[in-house]
Design a protein around this ligand. Structure first.
Ligand code: SF4
Length: 327
């Protein structure tokens, strides 16, 4: 598999203007995305995973969402500085995104066929109507939708949640993007359909060589599909490593807590699952120093002074932000 880096996010800072003032939802987040690889962004709700993705797509809610700092390098261009027209081209052709609930992204009053045709018209204005129709059917077939000609005539409410998600994937891949960002795409689906969608994404990745940024709160899904993992906590990076290394050798106390809260089939059966005590701090009222301090079983006096920087803690790509690894 190629190790070519196609997206580099450096020191990203994203904030929202609220009635209570400016809150930083993402603070100094950095990572690389490699061609043909899947990077998992994992963490609890509100940890900044989706805001990171929306910042990359420049789709933050306006006028409240703002990128205050950092760089998002895609094909030698800093996405943050691109004019709107260039960004419009990158969305779809360069980077596409699918969401948790396709019903919110599909238009309920338009037929599936009209919606997928519209994507082709937008990306390939030179294509004839006949070619667009044929390509639309081909895309639906590619994502495993049976009887695609019939599906084209149906409305979103007439098809199942799993089929709607397949339609979204077909629309996202119509422009042959280099990167697909999938924001909790399987969370609303039952487990059998979840597994089918993950298999489909892996198969399409092998065929096209695209990179995937997979956002999830479920570590089980990370183990299933990801090559590399970024663990986020309260808007910051807690740990970053290859998936194999992270599961074998978690170093940040938050990652350790997440891993120990996964139910396991082997070993002694317990009546209660492990949980991480306490709550994520509010972005309106963040503590000085480490943001995980109120929940950390290893908290030390120095943890309350300065936020810990990311440090190498394992093989050279394995980093964590924790004072336990100061030396
Ligand atoms: Fe825990 Fe301190 Fe490490 Fe934060 S820096 S995770 S509080 S040990």
């Amino acid at each position: 598999m190629s190790e070519e880096v196609i997206l580099t996010v450096s020191d990203l800072v994203t904030a929202f203007d609220t009635e209570a003032g400016l809150i930083h939802a993402v603070e100094g987040v950095s990572f690389d995305v490699k061609k043909g690889h899947t990077l998992g962004l994992v963490g609890e709700s509100g940890c900044g995973k989706s805001v990171t993705a929306l910042s990359i797509m420049r789709l933050l809610p306006q006028p409240v969402g703002k990128i205050l700092g950092g760089q998002v390098l895609f094909q030698a261009e800093d996405i943050i500085k691109l004019p709107a027209e260039r960004m419009h081209h990158i969305r779809g052709f360069g980077i596409s995104m699918i969401f948790q609930e396709p019903m919110t992204a599909l238009n309920p009053v338009h037929r599936i066929g009209d919606q997928i045709r519209e994507v082709f018209q937008l990306h390939y204005p030179e294509m004839t109507d006949k070619d667009i129709g044929a390509q639309s059917i081909e895309m639906l077939k590619k994502v495993g939708i049976p009887e695609p000609v019939q599906r084209m005539e149906e409305y979103p409410h007439q098809i199942s949640g799993g089929t709607r998600q397949r339609v979204m994937i077909a629309m996202a891949l119509a422009g042959k993007p280099d990167i697909l960002i999938a924001d909790e795409p399987t969370t609303a689906l039952d487990v059998t359909i979840q597994a089918q969608i993950l298999d489909l994404m892996k198969a399409l990745q092998q065929e096209t060589g695209m990179a995937i940024i997979f956002i999830t709160h479920a570590l089980g899904v990370i183990a299933e599909i990801c090559d590399d993992v970024l663990v986020m906590y309260a808007g910051t990076v807690a740990e970053r490593a290859s998936a194999v290394e992270l599961f074998k050798n978690p170093r940040h106390p938050y990652t350790m807590g997440l891993l120990s809260s996964i139910p396991r089939l082997e070993g002694i059966r317990k009546t209660h699952l492990n949980t991480i005590r306490g709550m994520v701090p509010s972005l309106y009222d963040l503590p000085d120093g480490c943001r995980f301090q109120n929940r950390c079983p290893y908290v030390m006096p120095g943890c309350q002074i300065e936020p810990p920087a990311l440090r190498v803690v394992g093989d050279e790509d394995h980093v964590a932000s924790c004072y336990l690894y100061l030396n």
